[in-house]
Write a protein that binds this ligand. Structure first.
Ligand code: ARG
Length: 458
């Protein structure tokens, strides 16, 4: 094991099992950049406040900048034997600049350091995730625009219900994703507080300037209680919850597309480059990407549970348990970035099965509500109209007839309010055009929504 930050109090070397078990370098190495940026601001503050000599502060900053370049260019030497990323960086700094490096940790603890690193990591990753969501929204909108004239049968209870524009259905996804983005943006407000200065948990007796560090690091606020600063991870739980909701949305989109790509639905064809085959059944073309997206949600929900349970009943202030918040957080962030990226690409590789859809929307039961509303417009009460159309649908089903084939006398038997003109509303185009309410599937309104989204996502 590398040199400990706390070795002298110990009368013995730690057991190698202890080292292996307690080390976090395997996963917190990804925080290197933020750890160094935090240290640079901290060292500058120590120099400015004359807590350490200015020239030492400058040496530290120089050394840290070299390490930062190494991190950014992939040359940084991560030490698998380090206890954590903080000690790894500290040790390399000592190697680079010698004695002044030992002054960096003045008025600081790894407890406030990790609280800072994880906040900085999240502020940056949330930005990236929001960008990814926007890109997916754009891909969906492009697909919707490209297939604007397509009308599909919509479902409730997974039973054929009413006709809707495919674009309308797709814009429902865009709405949900927008709320996901808003939730993440909102979480940022609570992450945007700078915790350095909390020390181990009680603050410091040295004359530090927390505000200076806050401004240097671009934070909006300071954490106001040193115990809270090192103790709480509610902001991680919040992000994990936001990501869990996002993943639910993505899994439902995946499920729609899986259903639509089946022979039974046959609404879409997914390009071969985004499908996989079967090792035994030569005919198969499987939507494995979508299934893996759907399946990943288990992991993402689990990560939220994992940190909730980790935090439950933990005594106040810092406890080493908190180290274990990171693997689930990183896993959720990584998985979702992967999912969002492949989903964007997938939407560019879906083809609509126009003929199959057109034959499906010939099912006249899709227009039953339009018939009810037709009668309401003739002055009938809703209940009466519903009863009449119910009888009509049943009669046609029993006799194997189409409503549009009924002659005037047959129509009048159901209601004297029917004329042959009713045939005109028994098609998918008429059905969507008849919708009028704001937010409905009316093509004019959906077009407007598309335009609104395009402008908004620019
Ligand atoms: N690796 C720790 C974490 O992730 C930070 C270090 C604090 N360690 C300590 N012994 N106080 O929370």
């Amino acid at each position: 094991m590398a040199k400990k930050l706390w070795g002298t109090r110990f009368s013995k070397e730690t057991n190698s099992l202890t080292d292996r078990f307690t080390s976090s370098i395997a996963f917190d190495e990804r925080l290197a950049k933020y750890d160094i940026l935090g240290s640079i601001a901290h060292a500058q503050m120590l120099g400015k406040q004359k807590i350490i000599p200015l020239k030492d502060s400058q040496k530290i900053v120089q050394g840290l900048n070299v390490l930062l370049q190494e991190v950014n260019s992939g040359k940084f030497k991560f030490d698998p034997a380090a206890e954590d990323i903080h000690s790894n960086i500290q040790e390399l700094l000592v190697k680079k600049i010698g004695a002044p490096a030992h002054k960096l940790h003045t008025a600081r603890s790894r407890n406030d350091q990790i609280a800072l690193d994880i906040r900085m990591y999240l502020l940056s990753e949330i930005e990236a995730l929001m960008q990814f969501i926007t890109e997916l929204q754009k891909a969906i909108i492009k697909f919707a625009e490209h297939n604007f004239s397509v009308i599909i049968p919509g479902y409730t209870h997974l039973q054929v219900a009413q006709c809707v524009l495919l674009a309308h259905h797709l814009l429902a996804y865009v709405e949900g994703l927008e709320r996901d983005k808003q939730r993440l943006a909102d979480a940022k407000k609570r992450i945007n507080s700078m915790p350095l200065g909390a020390g181990a948990f009680s603050g410091t007796g040295l004359n530090i300037d927390r505000n200076f560090v806050k401004i240097k690091l671009g934070f909006g606020n300071l954490t106001a209680n040193s115990i809270d600063s090192v103790s709480d991870r509610d902001f991680i739980i919040e992000v994990l919850a936001d990501l869990a909701i996002l993943s639910v949305h993505l899994s439902r989109i995946a499920e729609d597309l899986i259903l639509w790509s089946t022979k039974e639905f046959n609404f879409i064809d997914i390009d071969f480059s985004f499908c996989t085959g079967s090792s035994i059944m030569p005919h198969k073309k499987n939507p494995d990407i979508l299934e893996l997206i759907r399946g990943s949600v288990g992991q993402i929900q689990g990560n939220l549970s994992s940190v909730l349970i980790l935090m439950k009943g933990l005594p106040s202030s810092y406890n080493r348990d908190l180290q274990l918040d990171k693997p689930p957080l990183f896993a959720s962030v990584d998985t979702l970035k992967n999912i969002l990226e492949i989903f964007m690409a997938l939407f560019g590789n879906i083809v609509i099965e126009h003929e199959a859809i057109a034959s499906k929307v010939k099912d006249e039961s899709l227009f039953s509500v339009d018939l009810v509303e037709y009668l309401i417009k003739q002055g009938l009460a809703y209940r009466q109209a519903h009863d009449i159309v119910g009888r009509m649908v049943k009669g046609c089903l029993d006799k194997g007839r189409r409503i549009s084939d009924l002659n005037l006398a047959q129509l009048k038997k159901y209601s004297p309010h029917f004329t042959l003109g009713v045939r005109k509303i028994l098609n998918a185009q008429a059905s969507v055009a008849l919708k009028k309410s704001y937010g409905s599937t009316n093509p004019g309104l959906v077009r407007k929504q598309l335009a609104v989204w395009k402008k908004r996502l620019k």
